[in-house]
Design a protein around this ligand. Sequence first.
Ligand code: FEO
Length: 405
Amino acid sequence: MFQNITIAKDIYYVGVNDRQKSKFENMIPLPNGVSYNSYLIIDEKIALIDTVDISFGNIFIDKIQSQLKDRKIDYLIINHMEPDHSGSIRLMRKYFPDMIIVGNNKTLGMVEGFYGLDDKILEIKDEQILSLGVHKLQFHFTPMVHWPETMMTYDQTVKVLFSGDSFGAFGNLDGAIVDTEMNVDKYWDEMARYYANIVGKYGAAVQKALKKLTPLPFEIICSTHGPVWKENITQVIDIYDQMSRYQGNEGVVIVYGSMYGITELMAETVAQGIAEVGIKEIIIHNVSKTDSSYIIRDIFKYRGLIVGSPTYSNELYPEVESLLRKIEIRGVKNRIFGYFGSFTWAGASVKRLETFMDTMKWKTAEISVEEKQGLKIDNYQACLELGRQVAILVKIPIIDEKHCG
Ligand code: FEO
């Protein structure tokens, strides 16, 4: 029944949209859904690249069978084992009992661990080539982008890179699959949110992978999430390069928690100080209102970060504490930092923010602000100054290590 979309000669899109799940990994909101992309290569031998979340197993198998007619899958190539892509492996084996599962040593260990399959497997080595007939597939190991077993598969014949999670974005595919056939504007922020939250911890691994991919003359990127990239490849690679080097744009993110508006007023004042210096990108997030995945995205996008927190039970405001932990886990580098806080009878939040600053080893404004109870004129002025100081540091251009030999 299905007419699958052709991506390149002999390559068909057989992925699905998930418009039902509200949170990716049960944590990250999916207001526009997410696609699980899978691709079928029909040659003398037939290969399937990755599968989809098992919730969509029925529709997935129907799409595949529409393309195969009466033929069978010879190889299932697994670029990544996270269950949003590996979830239908066992189902595939039931439909195609002779199908050979292709992966590296780490992948195959996980295939057995997750799905109990240890027969009809082919372990491949880095840069090994598998011929399907006309199509020659070369495997490139890219560990920790996003799991240890992660690899990419390059079709040398039609210059298509099957990149796994890399270069993926949240968001369903609304009719078209390839970027040339759609307005891609809505995917850029969702690519950044995907990167920052899912892959963000592994910047060094992404840099290594990008260097490894540089010699490959690929003309199409088939990721496991979001659009297939043809005409936006340069921009997509640039986004990954910039984010994995933690190189933020000129702008400042202010994140605050506030129970009764005092820390919020301080945040507004700090923002005014930033604007005075001429920074135009100022993003203010109330940590109790905005999901942290959007805040983390913006922290990856911009160089400046200022955090404000009231003291709560002699600690940081809990939502601020949780956000700081997420930043620490991702090892975000090269940020310009500022901080402020408020308390009623005994201040603790600013001390804790100071400890966070020491942990992150970022460049920091000389001034920090701590107010007792309502905001008063001295600290109002200090908040303006905090904003100015961070803004001035943000305006100093960062030396691009990539171009320094
Ligand atoms: Fe889309 Fe790391 O799985």
